[in-house]
Design a protein around this ligand. Structure first.
Ligand SMILES: *Cc1c(COP(=O)(O)O)cnc(C)c1O
Length: 224
């Protein structure tokens, strides 16, 4: 049976490839299928056409879906705001990558609990590169120092790079600027072991690739 998502997925891959080849032929770009608004059947359908990495933003939904799909070899990414009282539950789910660590304090809270459990977690530092009040994340000018501080004080956290949400604007130049800011921080952090620059969603993934993203979080346009 042809999955109902196959055509959409192909279209998105073609769009990404076009930009990727213009920017950097050697760049590998990972796609996280953001499944926060769909059920486990939809994830299964996406799995059937080859997708393995999925993103959730609520710990409770994430737990339910992994339990329903535990036979499948999936990668789970946590991309949402994390409340302190959900940290332990998230750790117990063993996420492949936690994208949304938004402050030094949060890193230290997560680290404390990881230490107690004798575990580690791969984490990205979220950057508020558009300086938007409603968004979480460290400010660009603080990012490098906070990143270093997490490395030196949070031994159970394995920092793997940065995550950002593009500026909330119809003005493409503003979105681009926010991606460029994030990417510049990422480049600087490569010397500290940063591997992933997670930016780009349904409305702006091509622009994100143009600006150097190597990890896209695509939800609505993929699952529609
Ligand atoms: C929902 C969400 C996405 C995906 O957004 P779409 O516009 O549906 O592609 C990506 N990143 C984060 C942090 C999200 O919350």
């Amino acid at each position: 049976m042809v999955s109902l998502y196959e055509e959409r997925f192909d279209e998105i891959l073609i769009n990404i490839e076009k930009v990727r080849l213009e920017v950097n032929q050697h760049q590998i770009i990972k796609i996280i299928a953001v499944s926060k608004n769909v059920d486990s059947d939809a994830i299964q359908n996406m799995y059937n056409i080859g997708q393995r990495a999925f993103g959730e933003n609520r710990v409770q939904d994430y737990k339910i879906k992994t339990e329903l799909l535990n036979e499948l070899p999936l990668e789970w990414h946590f991309i949402g705001r994390l409340q302190t009282n959900k940290i332990n539950a998230l750790i117990d789910l063993n996420p492949t990558l936690m994208h949304s660590c938004s402050s030094l304090e949060m890193a230290q809270e997560i680290n404390k609990r990881l230490h107690v459990k004798g575990k580690t977690m791969n984490v990205l530092l979220q950057i508020n590169s558009a300086y938007e009040e409603q968004k979480a994340g460290v400010l660009p000018e603080d990012a490098f120092n906070v990143y270093e501080k997490i490395i030196s004080t949070c031994k159970n956290i394995k920092l793997k790079g940065v995550m950002s949400i593009g500026a909330h604007s119809d003005d493409e130049s503003l979105v681009k600027k926010s991606f460029q800011i994030t990417h510049a921080i990422f480049k600087k952090l490569e010397s500290k072991g940063a591997k992933y620059c997670s930016m780009g969603m349904s409305s702006d993934y091509c622009l994100a690739v143009e600006c150097g993203s190597n990890m896209l979080r695509i939800g609505s346009t993929l699952f529609k």
